[in-house]
Design a protein around this ligand. Structure first.
Ligand code: SF4
Length: 222
């Protein structure tokens, strides 16, 4: 009888993928803000800078930051206080509501984000080692993992296609581009699914659930 593959053991493929994702997450956290920054930011402080950079056109309040990053209000507040002390962010009156404070990046904060932009390079190199077909399958898989995390309340609403009111899954017969984005009014392939889209508009709960079922049903029919 042939020997078993040593990696199989008692573990399932789900166990192996989960362990792999945990390793990638560990790399991202360790690479993100260590070494490249003389200011020695914590991963949470770094995440806040990146979020403020991504949402530069929005007026982010402290509770928006906490909600988007799944932080407690106290944790978000502590991190923002430190970032203010480091002169990387500032709090100012909201132009929409003078009673509210919004948090924005300072010029030093923007520079800090740019300097740290190289942190993803190691992971990007790994992703680029996949073929375009593998990347499309991976992207679809990540969409499902993120949707599940969202449903479990582990992450805030992700600005991704499968939850977007503009997304129409499997409305085209072209197998290479079966989906449709109503925002740009164009067909899209699996490799074009977005996990973070500035044009995302969340649909109502029933709409989202229906869209998600269409997305899963289309997969079965392929
Ligand atoms: S607007 Fe963005 S998130 Fe929405 S369907 Fe189009 S590409 Fe996807």
């Amino acid at each position: 009888m042939g020997k078993q593959l040593p990696m199989q053991g008692e573990k399932t493929v789900v166990d192996h993928i989960t362990a792999g994702l945990a390793k990638v997450a560990a790399v991202l956290r360790s690479q993100a803000w260590e070494g490249g920054s003389a200011r020695k930011l914590t991963p949470t402080q770094g995440q806040i800078l990146v979020l403020l950079s991504e949402r530069a056109s929005k007026h982010m309040r402290l509770n928006d930051v906490a909600s988007e990053l799944c932080l407690t209000a106290a944790t978000a507040s502590d991190a923002v206080i430190t970032l203010v002390e480091k002169k990387l962010v500032r709090k100012e009156r909201s132009p929409e509501d003078q009673r509210a404070l919004v948090i924005t990046l300072t010029a030093a904060g923007r520079r800090e984000v740019q300097q740290a932009a190289g942190w993803a390079a190691v992971v990007r190199a790994g992703v680029k080692s996949m073929t375009p077909d593998e990347q499309a399958v991976f992207l679809r898989g990540l969409s499902k993992v993120m949707y599940s995390l969202q449903q479990q309340g582990a992450i805030s609403v992700a600005r991704m296609c499968v939850g977007c009111t503009y997304f129409q899954p499997y409305v085209h017969v072209d197998a290479a581009r079966p989906h449709h984005c109503g925002f740009v009014n164009k067909p899209m392939g699996e490799g074009q699914l977005r996990l973070e889209c500035p044009d995302f508009i969340p649909g109502s709960q029933p709409d989202q659930a229906g869209r998600w079922q269409d997305f899963l049903r289309g997969e079965v029919g392929r």
